[in-house]
Design a protein around this ligand. Structure first.
Ligand SMILES: Cc1ncc(COP(=O)(O)O)c(C=O)c1O
Length: 474
């Protein structure tokens, strides 16, 4: 397929499509990163996506390593997901009323996040039963999920302050668009025009992976803090894994001070494993005599968890889950208000259910293998081209840092030869591989990335690495 029709005009090139978009859509895009600002050039205007590929308006097909920023875990337009969506759509696009399917989805998520002795979800036999989520409220975007989690934490604790880490992204609600103030434990400043200073000042922003900063904030403001919010694995400044035990430390510190931990698994949930990053990493493991692994006990259980992306299988769906006593503070039972015309939308729920049901152990094993092969290919190519770099990886998520040592916080992430990414990105794009259009984003693989697709990526890498090597700062 080549070209597309907008109104009564045929559009056949990406340049035309973007020029046309800019006349009626701010910046030509409906989400800023799509504008290619950090890599330059013309964004591709897409007309279709199937399996591991996306196709642009010029009819060019690219191996896709964006996967709609995470949701397309099975690859694009998986036939069973499309069939489920078609079936649901034929029965009604939106009811604004309860459905059995949304209960099924809540039950499936709760089940996935319950670790029982003999659990098949995790690599290892569990000796304990741990349930991460008792109840789940469905919303439409990750932004809504984290915004509601924060309101709920405030409602539950009667406190206002939120602790957030610099460089971590939790959507674009006012209080989460905050930048660090001048001192370690000082109140934050607006990170966007339009965010009132008074609202930003209800957030304290500190460096990631920094236990001393966390302690300092709680010493200074302990009895005013409602919650710490953290990405399970930061992946919105590129991938920056938590230091071992850091999430458990956050849970302990919050709980010692009567605050809550909100674990944001919007990006990692159902992507890095069937029970998210928490399921993959939160358990103390004992090696048994027969070589098997036993999960002894969870090192931490967050109070609230947010999900998005994969849970909706590519449709607008997200969720907030956690302990029953907290979730039942939400309206209509409790005093914390939250609502949504399209919440639990039946078509989105159908996509989410179909996607989660198909995302079995084989899918996760495949994602891990593909991530391993591609990230090693990037590593080898950049090494051969003599480009200083680190591959930062957390499960099947990874990204490149153009620096010598792994960055553990946002300041370090920014101290890299970011100028090398644009030529690298464009060389890959020219060779038919679509990477995230920013060095500060994770790469996403899918179950549809087969050997032939991976080969195309590997073949494109040496020239891209040479382009990165010859890049010079602007
Ligand atoms: C960790 C995390 N939280 C929240 C969000 C916001 O989700 P949405 O874009 O659906 O509002 C994102 C989006 O990238 C995310 O990565």
């Amino acid at each position: 397929m080549s070209g597309a029709t907008v109104g009564d005009t045929a559009v056949t090139t990406n340049d035309e499509a973007f020029a046309r978009a800019k006349r009626s859509i701010p910046g030509g895009v409906n989400s800023p990163v799509r504008a290619f600002r950090s890599v330059g050039g013309t964004p591709r205007s897409l007309v279709a996506a199937h399996g591991p590929y996306v196709t642009d308006v010029e009819g060019r097909e690219y191996v896709d390593l964006v996967a709609s920023w995470g949701p397309a875990i099975l690859g694009h337009a998986h036939p069973e997901v499309v069939a489920a969506v078609q079936d649901a759509a034929a029965r009604g696009l939106s009811f604004g009323a309860s459905t059995l399917a949304e209960t099924e989805l809540a039950e499936l998520v709760i089940d996935r996040l319950t670790v029982t002795p003999g659990s098949h979800h995790l690599t290892g036999r569990s000796l304990v039963t741990t349930r991460l989520v008792d109840e789940l409220r469905l919303v439409s975007t990750g932004t809504e999920a984290t915004m509601t989690a924060i309101r709920l934490a405030r409602g539950a604790t009667g406190r206002d302050l939120i602790v957030k880490f610099s460089g971590l992204y939790h959507g674009h609600s006012d209080g989460l668009l905050a930048d660090a103030g001048s001192g370690l434990a000082t109140l934050a400043l607006p990170a966007s025009a339009g965010v009132p200073a008074d609202i930003a000042a209800q957030t304290v922003v500190i460096p990631y992976n920094d236990r001393a900063a966390v302690r300092a904030v709680f010493e200074e403001h302990g009895d005013r803090i409602a919650a710490i919010i953290t990405e399970a694995v930061p992946a919105n400044m590129g991938v920056v894994p938590p230091a071992p035990g850091f999430n458990a430390f956050l849970a302990d510190t919050a709980h010692q001070h009567g605050a809550l931990l909100i674990l944001d698994e919007v990006l990692t949930g159902f992507r890095v494993g069937p029970a998210g990053w928490w399921g993959e990493t939160a358990f103390a493991v004992r090696e048994e005599d027969d070589g098997s692994r036993a999960l002894v006990s969870p090192t931490y259980v967050p109070d609230l968890v947010t999900f998005g992306k994969v849970i909706g299988g590519g449709m607008p769906l997200a969720a907030l889950g956690g302990r029953r006593d907290l979730l039942e503070l939400l309206a209509p039972i409790g005093p914390v208000y939250q609502a949504g015309t399209l919440s639990g939308n039946p078509v989105a729920v159908a996509a989410g259910l179909a996607t989660l049901r198909l995302a079995d152990a084989d899918v996760y094993a495949h994602l891990d293998r593909v991530a391993e092969v591609i990230s090693k290919g990037v590593d080898d190519a950049l090494t051969s081209a003599g480009v200083p770099h680190v591959i930062s990886r957390a499960g099947n998520l990874f990204s490149v840092q153009f620096r010598d040592t792994p960055a553990t916080d946002y300041v370090a992430v920014q101290a890299q030869d970011a100028f090398r990414y644009a030529p690298f990105f464009h060389a890959m794009l020219d060779a038919g591989v679509s990477l995230p259009p920013s060095v500060y984003e994770a790469w996403f693989v899918t179950a549809a990335h087969d050997d032939a697709t991976v080969e195309r990526v590997l073949d494109a890498l040496p020239a891209a690495a040479r382009a990165a090597a010859s890049a010079r700062p602007a």
